[in-house]
Design a binder for this molecule. Structure first.
Ligand code: FAD
Length: 282
């Protein structure tokens, strides 16, 4: 994808040199799609502070564009500014600003800082240097006070200076388009890019979805369950379903796609080959 349409791929951080080399090889393979960036997750409460940094640097050093995910976790504003300074010196221009979650079983982090405050900190400290993505939830964040309030807080992230939102994954395109309409009613005009989770593992998907509040439609759950003992069958079915979802989203006006690669790009690559990634204005 090119010329203003958004495409990005997400990796989770890895600890070893071999893991970093593997991710660099995946970037090499995906680069033909001309993504805006490769983002790297940040573990709850700063648990991947070093491994996220190292992977971001490895991606940059290979000549690709990295986008570190960031959250306050247990860190002070000064510590975050230092980290962002380091990223700026390494030529990083893109970040994904999040609140994060409290890691289960870890005490002492205290109050989580909302993402709009992180966006403000970045803008106040670095002006327009960084392109900032934030999170959005077409099926609504599990802790939201109400539908409208969740959209309102998304608006606050944009008013603080975010450039785009990337959504939690979903399998119901109508819910996404309704969310865009509701966002537009609250004056949000910035791009809200669908986050796409490939369907590759039934049990993992159930577990993730339980944690993050993403809904797996009943028909899809049954189909995946039925295929869960035959991985090749499940993957083939998953590629068909997600290709259809992506095409529906793009045809309906989605400003691009962000793929949760789960550090396995075989299926992501198959999806990108299937999908019409023609440029469209962001
Ligand atoms: P916020 O925008 O702060 O929202 C959290 C909740 O608080 C919502 O219910 C919202 O309605 C409400 N709210 C927002 N602002 C305020 C405010 N100022 N005052 C009162 N209420 C408010 N997690 C990780 O740990 N690491 C990652 O790398 C990571 N990457 C992600 C990438 C994407 C694209 C997405 C969609 C999610 C990611 N997450 C990650 C998960 C995310 O951290 C969690 O969903 C978290 O619970 C909320 O983060 P947020 O940035 O959306 O929070």
């Amino acid at each position: 994808m090119s010329d203003g349409a958004h495409l990005s791929f997400e990796f989770f951080s890895v600890k070893s040199d071999l893991g970093r080399q593997n991710v660099a090889a995946m970037c090499r393979q995906l680069d033909r799609y001309k993504p805006a960036f490769y983002s790297v997750t940040y573990g709850a409460g700063g648990s991947t502070r070093t491994s996220t940094q190292k992977l971001v640097m490895a991606i940059q050093n290979e000549g690709y564009t990295a986008a570190p995910h960031l959250s306050f976790g247990g860190d002070s504003a000064d510590a975050l500014v230092d980290l962002l300074d380091l990223y700026r010196s390494a030529g990083v221009y893109n970040v994904v600003a999040l609140r994060g979650d409290l890691p289960s079983g870890v005490a002492g982090i205290g109050k989580l800082t909302h993402a709009n405050e992180l966006v403000s900190l970045i803008r106040d400290s670095f002006g327009d240097h960084f392109d900032i993505s934030v999170a959005a939830y077409p099926e609504i964040h599990p802790e939201a006070e109400s539908y409208d309030k969740d959209v309102y807080w998304l608006g606050e992230k944009f008013r603080a200076g975010a450039n785009r939102a990337i959504t939690q994954y979903f399998y119901n395109a109508d819910g996404y388009f309704r969310f865009l309409d509701e966002a537009a009613k609250q004056g949000i005009e910035a791009p809200i890019v669908p986050g796409i989770m490939p369907l590759t593992n039934y049990q993992n998907l159930l577990r993730f979805s339980e944690n993050c509040g993403a809904e797996i439609p009943r028909w899809l759950r049954w189909q995946l369950k039925q295929r869960s003992k035959d991985r090749a069958d499940l993957v083939k079915f998953g590629i068909d379903v997600v290709t259809e979802l992506c095409n529906k989203l793009l045809t309906g006006g989605a400003p691009g796609l962000h793929f949760y690669s789960m550090n396995n790009i075989t299926v992501v690559d198959a999806l990108c080959k299937n999908i019409d990634l023609a440029p469209r204005p962001e």
